[in-house]
Design a protein. Structure first.
Length: 398
């Protein structure tokens, strides 16, 4: 064969080979794109990331997302109706011990302690001691009826023990107050899982009592106990509410499931619990919209949220948030919320801002619902488990 013919044959073979490999490559790459798109994914939402309820619960890992998916999610984020919250680095939660210390320091020096110091410094027990004691308890928000009963019991115990000096009344009052709050009540937050289902805590209460803040602080408390927590923004009343909760999620390092503004709160709660089940978290905490306890339709909505959630997983704790600064009003709220959703515990917030604190005694005595948590400020660690003896000691002073 002459060299020119040989060259032509080699060139032809090379061209055919190049065409074949080009066709094979393009086929292979389109098949792998299809595989990425069709791959079933069920990755847990990243800590601190907010997950839209309509996004569903499964979220592909970032590395395997196609660029189209990525663009879509960027667009979704850009279309959020409110500004993105400031991203805060997750904080290390405080230990339970230092929370209790904070509880002591924030409670000490309350007004009741100061007026009792005056009453107990007298040299004899007369009618004015009893009336002053009753007035002081009423002023501290203990409530008229409860105060009368407490004074009558202290008086009877002092008489039968032959106590004649006012300073000796302090110990009697201390034990009567401790009994009134009932130290034998279970004050733990019920977060026991049943099988594969997470515990569900619903946070309820009237407007502005501190529900969202308490939800965030409770998440921090549970994270400090090494529990996996997920937040559900079932306050769909205004967009800023979900944003506020998602910011708390970022702050304490837990994911938040949220829906669109004005969407059905029950469906967002449902999606959050669904995500909790799929991602095997320990506790789902649902923040709900503030509602006036006197508005029947809003109370019915709350019952619906609970009913819908319980189609998947029992609500293990319904936490009623009461603002300590609203005093006896809190009692009326507690009664109606208890009727609508069977409140299992009270979180008393803003105790740092109240000079009183006696509302705890009224709630316990008159409703029998245990106060389980107290809010002592706006920080992530400003929530402490309620401890009866510590509370009474700090309330009456020493
Ligand atoms: N000092 C103090 N402030 C608190 C405490 N808990 C909440 N707050 C503040 O109270 C205000 C209302 O708190 P939120 O958590 O938004 O109340 P909310 O019940 O969710 O309000 P709505 O959703 O509008 O009903 C915020 O400024 C909080 O920082 C507390 O224990 N102490
Ligand atoms: Mg709120």
């Amino acid at each position: 064969m002459d060299p020119i013919t040989l060259l032509v044959i080699v060139a032809l073979v090379a061209t055919v080979t190049a065409i074949i490999s080009l066709v094979t490559y393009s086929k292979r790459s389109s098949t792998s794109d299809e595989l990425v798109d069709q791959a079933p994914v069920a990755a847990p939402p990243a800590a601190g990331r907010s997950v839209g309820a309509d996004e569903g619960t499964a979220s592909p890992p970032a590395a395997s997302r196609s660029s189209a998916d990525h663009e879509a999610s960027v667009l979704e984020e850009e279309q959020l109706p409110v500004a993105k919250p400031e991203v805060l680095a997750p904080v290390e939660p405080d230990t339970e011990q230092s929370r209790m210390q904070r509880l002591r320091s924030r409670l000490s020096g309350k007004a009741l302690g100061r007026s009792l110091a005056t009453i107990f410094s007298g040299d004899r027990i007369d009618a004015s001691v009893w009336s002053d004691l009753q007035d002081s308890l009423i002023i501290a928000d203990v409530g008229v009826e409860s105060s009368e009963e407490i004074v009558a019991t202290v008086r009877e115990l002092a008489r039968s023990a032959g106590v004649a000096a006012p300073p000796d009344l302090r110990d009697i009052l201390r034990s009567v107050l401790i009994d009134a709050i009932n130290p034998s009540m279970d004050r733990s937050i019920n977060i026991s899982r049943s099988g594969q289902e997470p515990a569900v805590v619903m946070v309820v209460g009237v407007n502005g009592t501190g529900k969202t803040t308490t939800t965030g602080k409770l998440a921090s408390l549970l994270v400090s106990r090494d529990l996996d927590v997920l937040l559900g923004a079932a306050d769909t009343f205004r967009a800023a509410a979900a944003e506020q909760l998602a910011t708390w999620g970022e702050r304490v390092g837990v994911p938040t499931v949220r829906g669109q503004e004005s969407s059905d709160p029950a469906s967002v709660a449902f999606e959050a619990v669904k995500a909790g089940i799929e991602n095997e978290v320990d506790v789902v905490i649902l923040d709900t919209a503030g509602r006036l306890h006197t508005k029947t339709s809003l109370m019915d909505e709350l019952s619906k949220v609970k009913r819908v959630v319980e189609k998947q997983s029992p609500v293990t704790e319904v936490l009623l948030v009461i603002d300590a600064t609203t005093g006896q009003n809190g009692l009326a709220q507690a009664r109606i919320f208890t009727d609508a959703v069977n409140v299992t515990g009270v979180a008393l917030t803003k105790l740092d801002g109240s000079a009183k604190g006696g509302i705890i005694i009224a709630i316990q005595r008159e409703l029998g619902v245990p106060v389980k948590l107290v809010g002592l400020g706006e920080g992530a660690d400003d929530l402490a488990p309620f401890e009866v003896v510590t509370f009474v000691d700090e309330l009456i002073g020493s």
